[in-house]
Design a binder for this molecule. Structure first.
Ligand code: GLU
Length: 291
């Protein structure tokens, strides 16, 4: 690839303050963008307009600037581009690959418990969450319309079997690290019927990230290893929607002292509180794994 066209993105969700893990991710992105003589852009993944706030967004921009990761403005905010996601959603709908799913959490639990009582081993996704039951794939459109009209809450799910059969080819992505690139076989079926859009938000994490990476011509996606398995779903959507796939690098996660992934709610690793405790950028760099 022509290195001048390399384009990377750092894509936080402004639903909390950045922690050390985000700082590492931003710095790895910056390092790789510089190495490739490419460009790094910022994208706010704020489709959850209730949990994401302007206050957190401003704090993220400020923290990034303190990290000496300055980004061009304006940057893309997903909440301002719902029509782009709607278009992609409509394509999936036209292909008959999505269906409205009405089961409540309680109903899902009950279905799974019942199956397990009968000795069935209910499948789980790579995060350990039980897959959504597939019975509603065959719900009649008339019945579904009626339920929607009655105001029953629902979301749109991908019929993974149909989507996989629609594509009918081996799916893979290229994972890069330094100068090495490896081919990874994608297995979207492990995730079952993932959510593609919600009733009141015409998108989901999976759909908007794929649409944005394509629209923003991202050539290298650099993000945490916690999203490695999700890339299978992203590759499936990219192929169905006809998008050019980026290369991927899933960097190691910065773990807390307890060995677990850091969370936005743990105050002691937020960049803010570390700064307030007087840590300098050099101190932060010294704590983080080598970039
Ligand atoms: N917005 C996601 C997060 O904050 C990252 C998405 C991505 O890099 O693909 O975890």
């Amino acid at each position: 690839m022509n290195s001048k066209t390399a384009r990377l993105r750092f894509a936080p969700s402004p639903n909390g303050y950045l922690h050390l893990g985000h700082a590492y991710s931003a710095l790895v992105n910056k390092h790789i963008a510089d190495e490739l003589n490419g460009e790094l852009i910022l994208r706010m993944e704020n489709i959850d307009t209730i949990r994401c706030t302007t206050e957190f967004e401003n704090a993220i921009v400020e923290d990034l600037s303190w990290l000496e990761c300055d980004f061009q403005k304006p940057f893309r905010r997903q909440s301002e581009h719902f029509s782009d996601y709607r278009k992609a959603f409509n394509e999936l709908e036209k292909l008959g690959l999505v269906y409205p799913a009405f089961l409540t959490r309680g109903e899902v639990k009950e279905i799974i418990a019942e199956a397990e009582r009968k000795g069935k081993n209910w499948p789980r996704d790579p995060d350990g969450v039980p897959l959504y039951p597939t019975d509603e794939r065959s719900l009649s459109p008339v019945k579904a319309k009626k339920m929607i009209a009655e105001g029953v809450p629902y979301s749109w799910r991908l019929n993974m079997d149909l989507a996989r059969r629609f594509l009918n080819k081996e799916l893979f992505w290229y994972e890069f690290k330094g100068h090495e690139t490896g081919k990874i076989i994608a297995r979207p079926e492990l995730w079952g019927d993932v959510i593609i859009a919600r009733k009141d938000i015409p998108t989901s994490y999976h759909l908007s990230v794929v649409v944005d990476d394509a629209l923003q011509k991202i050539s290298h996606v650099v993000r945490g290893a916690d999203l490695f398995q999700a890339t299978s779903v992203h590759r499936l959507l990219q192929e169905i929607l006809g998008y050019k796939p980026p290369l991927y690098y899933h960097h190691p996660l910065v773990l807390g002292r307890d060995g677990h992934k850091l969370s936005k709610s743990s105050k002691d690793t937020s960049l803010r509180s570390l700064r307030e405790h007087g840590l300098s950028l050099q101190d932060i760099l010294a704590i983080l794994p080598e970039i």
